[in-house]
Design a protein around this ligand. Structure first.
Ligand code: NAP
Length: 536
């Protein structure tokens, strides 16, 4: 038993039972710490528990979208196809939890409502919605970057007499769209996946689009047995490949500027990437997110594809985006644009006719009242900081994290792991780590390993407190900003910049220089005896 349990209920309290929570609980347990996980849902899965909407799939390739720390687990699990469905990924996470015997360490349907650092006793007091308080030395947010669903503040939601859903908070029971008049609001990754599937079933589907999107085919296919068998035998090289590539998974990124090739060459490259599907397209050239001119070549190619796919010319034009390609999260589709050729599908541009209110029967725009049986909000998330703020975390000075970061406008961390004034509080794939710009399971493994090493190092030294120094935080934040300012990300409204949330000023809390550089920096920090952290 740990020497610290006389002071606290547990050494470590982990919030979340998705990829990061499961791996964190496993690592802390194996390190000999007492650990307790808490999860809002009734079982493990994290975002893959909640995102049950029709068509939900991953767009990282399955053989890379999993843990690689265990040979045994990697060999035992068999993926069916290149891009796994939500159902299959959820099964995988249950499988991992059972293989590692992790479920017994979690309490489910327990939601954090607030957390306070008790400076005098050097411990965290975490309060739950059922009025219970739990204490722990270390408080770990394994809450994911996209966990707080964003239902826009459209008035009248309570009046609507039909049913409404959010893609990120989907009910466990199947939703039947047969013979129904359905609205989908939002055309990000979730909307683009759900729309073709709902359109097949619904009597009518009306898509409310605010910003048209660039979607590139996913090109999913079933894996062949021989391929999967060979992959399983090669876990260590797969892992090495994942850890050494920018996105945490191989993408065939070509180290060529789009402007160094002729128009004809580019057409061939883009056509090839289009047919291969997935992340091959956004990585066709190395400067698509740096050079406006290069970016325009990819954007034009996709707009031409939209025009040649969608039969109604007006609808095709409405579906053509103008923003910098891939500066919002790239989207991969299965028949999205083709869906607008179906007679039961129509498009409403909410920039032309904004939604005013939800009525008893449907959606009132500035021009028309549309009646619906069901409304689907595919309106995304309060990303990156939303799930952290929701826990109402207060640091040493009593200030909340939300206040500390001025409601998300001045997010400041060290390596995305910790922030000043919040001792012994660690975030997995937190703000200013590569997180959402890469394949998450790899980012999670690396971040959890780093945090475990940090805590164990502190304990070996007899330290009870690990805290990051303010200078390390401001240097890291400046570095992240300097690099991001070279890119088109910061010139585009998106959930990356937080501007999808009403009244939020743009910020860009992501480390954009890629995973290998990030890992190298973290390894250097470890070698330098965790420089930037104070252990007291
Ligand atoms: P999202 O990308 O933020 O898209 C939300 C959509 O809702 C956008 O089209 C947005 O328009 C629209 N919207 C928001 N508020 C609105 C309002 N008040 N009125 C009308 N439209 C409104 O969210 P998401 O589609 O859920 O995807 C979020 C992220 O989750 C993805 O980028 C991805 O990282 C992850 N995800 C991944 C997968 C996958 O692996 N394939 C699938 C789903 C989600 P604007 O563009 O104008 O803001």
């Amino acid at each position: 038993m740990s020497e610290q349990t006389h002071q606290t209920d547990y050494d470590v309290l982990v919030v979340g039972a998705g990829f990061s929570g499961l791996y964190a609980v496993y690592r802390f347990r194996e390190a000999g710490l007492t650990v307790q996980g808490f999860e809002r849902a009734e079982d493990v899965g994290g975002v893959w528990h909640w995102n049950r909407y029709p068509g939900a799939k991953c767009d990282s390739e399955s053989i890379y979208y999993n843990f690689t720390f265990s040979e045994d687990i990697y060999r035992k699990w068999t993926w069916s196809s290149r891009f796994a469905s939500q159902k299959e990924i959820l099964c995988y996470l249950h499988f991992v939890a059972e293989e590692l015997d992790l479920k017994k360490h979690f309490q489910f349907q327990r939601e954090v409502v607030s957390a306070f650092y008790d400076d005098e006793n050097e411990l965290w007091k975490v309060h739950f919605s059922d009025d219970v308080t739990v204490t722990a030395k270390y408080f770990i947010a394994a809450t994911g970057c996209l966990s707080k669903a964003n239902v826009p503040p459209i008035s009248g939601i309570d009046q609507f007499e039909g049913e409404w859903y959010h893609t990120g908070d989907w009910p466990v029971d199947e939703v039947d769209f047969k013979d129904q008049d359905v609205a989908v609001i939002g055309t990000g990754s979730s909307g683009v996946q759900a729309i073709p599937v709902i359109a097949k079933e619904a009597k009518s589907l009306t898509v409310f689009q605010r910003t048209p999107q660039y979607a590139v085919p996913a090109n999913n296919y079933v894996y062949e047995h021989d391929y999967i068998d060979s992959v399983k035998k090669d876990r260590s090289s797969i892992r090495e490949l994942m850890y050494s590539t920018r996105l945490g998974m191989p993408t065939d990124r070509r180290e060529v500027s789009a402007l160094d090739e002729t128009k004809e060459q580019r057409e061939i490259i883009y056509e090839h990437a289009w047919n291969k599907g997935g992340f091959v397209f956004p990585t066709a050239y190395n400067d698509l997110l740096i050079s406006e001119e290069s970016n325009a070549t990819a954007a034009n190619f996709i707009r031409n594809k939209i025009r040649s796919t969608v039969q109604n010319e007006d609808v095709a034009e409405q579906l053509c985006p103008e923003y910098y390609y891939a500066a919002k999260r790239p989207i991969f589709d299965s028949g999205y644009y083709e869906t607008f050729n179906q007679p039961n599908v129509s498009l409403v541009d909410v920039k032309q006719e904004p939604i005013e209110v939800l009525t008893k029967t449907g959606i009132q725009t500035t021009k028309t009242l549309y009646d619906f049986d069901k409304i689907v909000f595919a309106t995304g998330y309060d990303g990156i900081t939303g799930s952290l703020f929701k826990m109402n975390i207060h640091g040493r000075s009593g200030q909340s994290l939300q206040e500390h970061w001025q409601n998300g406008e001045t997010v400041q961390t060290y390596l995305g792991v910790a922030t000043d004034d919040f001792p012994n509080f660690f975030m997995i794939t937190g703000p200013q780590s590569p997180s959402v710009l890469m394949n998450m399971p790899v980012a999670i493994e690396q971040h959890v390993d780093f945090i475990t090493d940090l805590i164990m190092n502190a304990r070996e030294k007899g330290s009870t407190n690990v805290e990051v120094v303010q200078a390390a935080v401001s240097n890291w934040s400046n570095e992240c900003k300097t690099i991001a300012d070279y890119t088109l990300y910061v010139k585009t409204d998106s959930w990356y910049t937080g501007t999808n949330i009403e009244n939020r000023t743009s910020r860009f809390p992501i480390f954009v220089a890629g995973f290998p550089i990030f890992k190298q920096i973290c390894d250097q920090v470890i070698q330098n005896d965790f420089e930037g952290f104070v252990m007291s």
